[in-house]
Write a protein that binds this ligand. Structure first.
Ligand SMILES: CCCCCCCCCCCCCC(=O)SCCNC(=O)CCNC(=O)[C@H](O)C(C)(C)COP(=O)(O)OP(=O)(O)OC[C@H]1O[C@@H](n2cnc3c(N)ncnc32)[C@H](O)[C@@H]1OP(=O)(O)O
Length: 194
């Protein structure tokens, strides 16, 4: 029996991604998709507090400041935190396509250690789209957008309906999110019906 295709290479009939006409201009903040998100939420005290900005084409950028609470080894960032920052920056590409999508697969290469205090400059871009499947890559560079490559990722996101969240999320958070006009505006921005 065959399982799902796990390749991160787009199939031959995949198409180039199209930046949505309503996507913010390059450099503009994309905003948080959920206040309590670990990656981008302003109300998440334990979060990464990434401010993700629109890039050129179907791309996005962010800066992660590696803090003491992000350590794995003494003085060095935990790999899972770096993967989370890559995942969040990749996830924000949905704003550029106006599609809600979740990570299906994320492959991460840890190229060099990232010390506490580093500003990790992240850039993600969609490379191809095939039906619901969105292929994307990301990189994190130390100290600046042209700094040494520290981490990189290849990912497959899968477009979902808002029911993915409303049917699977814990009731109390879903109820609170749907009662919050700002959250409903975010969902509408993705052109789906809450
Ligand atoms: C209300 C709040 C709104 C907030 C909005 C913003 C949220 C943004 C959040 C962003 C936060 C940051 C980001 C985060 O952290 S997102 C959080 C982490 N991700 C998840 O929790 C996702 C969990 N997984 C699932 O729900 C399902 O497995 C999904 C939805 C992914 C697919 O299940 P579904 O039943 O729907 O679809 P399907 O199985 O028919 O597959 C469809 C196609 O995809 C292909 N495929 C599937 N999986 C894989 C794989 N692993 N490798 C390679 N390929 C894979 C598959 O072969 C098929 O291809 P094809 O045969 O058609 O060619």
């Amino acid at each position: 029996m065959r399982g799902p295709t796990t390749s991160l290479t787009p199939p031959a009939d995949a198409v180039a991604p199209a930046r949505h006409s309503g996507a913010p201009a390059p450099g503009e903040p994309l905003g948080s998709h959920y206040d309590h998100c670990f990656g981008c939420g302003g109300k998440q005290p334990h979060g990464l507090h990434l401010e993700i900005r629109a890039g050129e084409g179907v791309s996005a950028t962010a800066v992660l400041t590696v803090r003491e609470e992000h350590q794995g080894a003494p003085g060095l960032a935990h790999g899972g935190v770096l993967a989370a920052a890559l995942d969040e920056t990749l996830g924000a590409l949905g704003w550029m396509l106006r599609t809600i999508a979740v990570t299906g697969r994320l492959e991460t290469d840890f190229v060099r250690p990232v010390p506490v205090g580093t500003e990790l400059h992240l850039r993600a871009e969609v490379t191809a789209v095939h039906g619901r499947k969105i292929y994307a890559t990301a990189a994190g560079r130390a100290g600046g957008p042209e700094g040494p490559l520290a981490v990189r990722a290849a990912a497959l996101f899968v477009a979902v309906e808002v029911e993915h969240f409303t049917e699977n999320g814990r009731d109390e958070e879903i109820r609170a999110a749907m009662a919050d006009p700002d959250q409903v505006r975010v969902v509408r921005a993705f052109e789906v019906n809450p």
